[in-house]
Design a protein around this ligand. Structure first.
Ligand SMILES: NC(=O)c1ccc[n+]([C@@H]2O[C@H](COP(=O)([O-])OP(=O)(O)OC[C@H]3O[C@@H](n4cnc5c(N)ncnc54)[C@H](OP(=O)(O)O)[C@@H]3O)[C@@H](O)[C@H]2O)c1
Length: 420
């Protein structure tokens, strides 16, 4: 078995930056399954700019975005950066990290060398006129996702982030727990709290797809913290491990998606037989929602990410004036909607993507207050970076979120001094 990096290097003195580091690299000639795409290589430690921070990575979180990066679809992140003038023909992924500030650019004021931090993945230019004007930076033309669209992510001994991306590490968490929640947690926070007029409210029912997954596990807890009532969809009956996991997080009920077979794009409305069959499936799903909730009420928010398979149903079951909020299309990108339900019932179909600084602070505060658990279910060694992404691609990964130990020598460590 390949050696882990802590067998190959010792923790340097704080602030001493070596010229080279180990990293898990994706290269274009290896695009494909994660087991083929990721490989341990040695590269130079990146230089940082005036508002940038070099973080010594103790642990990294695993997210679906680097499954996409490995596959090279729907975008080739390396090719895009090369066309913009970045010379590196490789991608260092990783959009979640816990670690220690090791170097700061000359204009960084919010963190200092030695600080223990978690990092969020919202990247934008400080001098972008949109950002300077004080508008939501997630709408800025320069906005990118660090460790996916940008290089030098957290699957490396050192990662390069912008100053505003650093947040205090919740002290009660160990490195691997602290690395697990930010990307999915902040995304879910924006989806549930960020869209004015349709924010989650006390007592209101919310439908959450993939409740046992990374996003879903965060969404259930955020809804509960806001006093809402989450119903989670899982691939399993009420006694299944996934359903029980969602209930423990605070879901009031669960729905087994295997009880239905009307998934996929909407049949054409002129296809009477096909359409009626779909409608029966969608109606039965709506009833299953009422049963799980214990009341005949439709969800005022539907928390969407599977996409093509589920959007028609999401729009159908959403309450009048409610919102289907979506951040992904894991099963496909053709979202089909019967506009009759959409306009007559004045529903909102809202795209949402990661989060701004305030929303990242919002989820970090909930974690610090212990209202949201990171749901870190499994820790991998650095040389298992490919393997855990492969599990994710095949939907064989455990409930909640996964982490990778990078410079942390073992699990359970919380501070730098413990980690030496
Ligand atoms: N735009 C953003 O900012 C953003 C941020 C985070 C994640 N994402 C994207 O969101 C998606 C989910 O991320 P994640 O971290 O939650 O992944 P995850 O941990 O794999 O969870 C996704 C869940 O979806 C469920 N699922 C799988 N196939 C399904 C289907 N055909 N119909 C309904 N549900 C299905 C699975 O649960 P069951 O099998 O139990 O139903 C799975 O647990 C990914 O595509 C990711 O890239 C986007």
């Amino acid at each position: 078995m390949a050696k882990d990096i802590y067998e190959l290097t010792e923790i340097p003195d704080v602030g001493v930056v070596p010229p080279k580091m180990y990293a898990q690299l994706i290269r274009p000639e290896r695009f494909g399954d994660p087991t083929k795409a990721f490989q341990l290589e040695q590269v130079q430690v990146p230089e940082i700019g005036p508002r940038e921070v070099l973080v010594y990575v103790m642990a990294a979180g695993v997210n679906y975005n680097n499954v996409w990066a490995a596959l090279g679809i729907p975008i080739d992140v390396i090719g895009i950066r090369n066309r913009k003038g970045e010379p590196e023909r490789f991608h260092i992924g990783g959009s979640d990290a816990s670690g220690i500030v090791w170097a700061v650019g000359k204009d960084v004021k919010n963190v200092k060398v030695g600080d223990e931090v978690v990092t969020h993945c919202g990247w934008w230019n400080h001098d972008d006129p949109h950002v300077v004007a004080g508008k939501d930076p997630m709408f800025a033309p320069s906005q990118l996702i660090w460790g996916y669209e940008t290089n030098w992510g957290s699957f490396a001994q050192f990662t390069k982030v912008q100053d505003h991306m650093c947040l205090p590490k919740p002290q009660h968490l160990n490195w691997e727990e602290a690395a697990a929640y930010m990307l999915v947690g902040a995304t879910a926070y924006r989806m549930l709290h960020g869209w004015k007029g349709n924010e989650v409210k006390p007592g209101e029912p919310v439908l959450i797809w993939g409740g046992a997954g990374g996003l879903g596990s965060m969404a259930i807890q955020i809804v509960k913290a806001a006093g809402g009532r989450a119903v989670a969809v899982v691939n399993g009956d009420a006694n299944s491990d996934k359903a029980q996991f969602c209930k423990k997080l605070g879901a009031v009920g669960t729905i087994n998606r295997k009880d239905f077979n009307h998934w996929g794009m909407l049949p054409h409305w002129k296809d009477e037989t096909g359409y009626r069959a779909w409608q029966e499936g969608a109606k039965a799903f709506g009833k299953a929602f009422w049963n799980a909730l214990g009341e005949k009420k439709n969800p005022t928010i539907v928390f969407e990410h599977p996409g093509e398979d589920t959007v028609p149903t999401s729009i159908f079951v959403c309450e009048t004036g409610g919102m289907v909020v979506i951040c992904a299309g894991t099963t496909g990108y053709n979202a089909t909607i019967d506009l009759r339900y959409h306009w007559m019932k004045q529903k909102r179909f809202q795209g949402s993507h990661f989060a701004n600084d305030e929303q990242c602070k919002g989820i970090n505060d909930l974690v610090i207050e212990k209202k949201v658990d990171p749901c870190m279910s499994k820790v991998f060694q650095f040389n298992e970076t490919a393997a855990c992404h492969q599990l994710m691609k095949e939907n064989k990964h455990p409930n909640g979120n996964m982490s990778i130990l990078v410079n942390a020598k073992k699990t359970g460590l919380k501070t730098l001094s413990e980690s030496r």
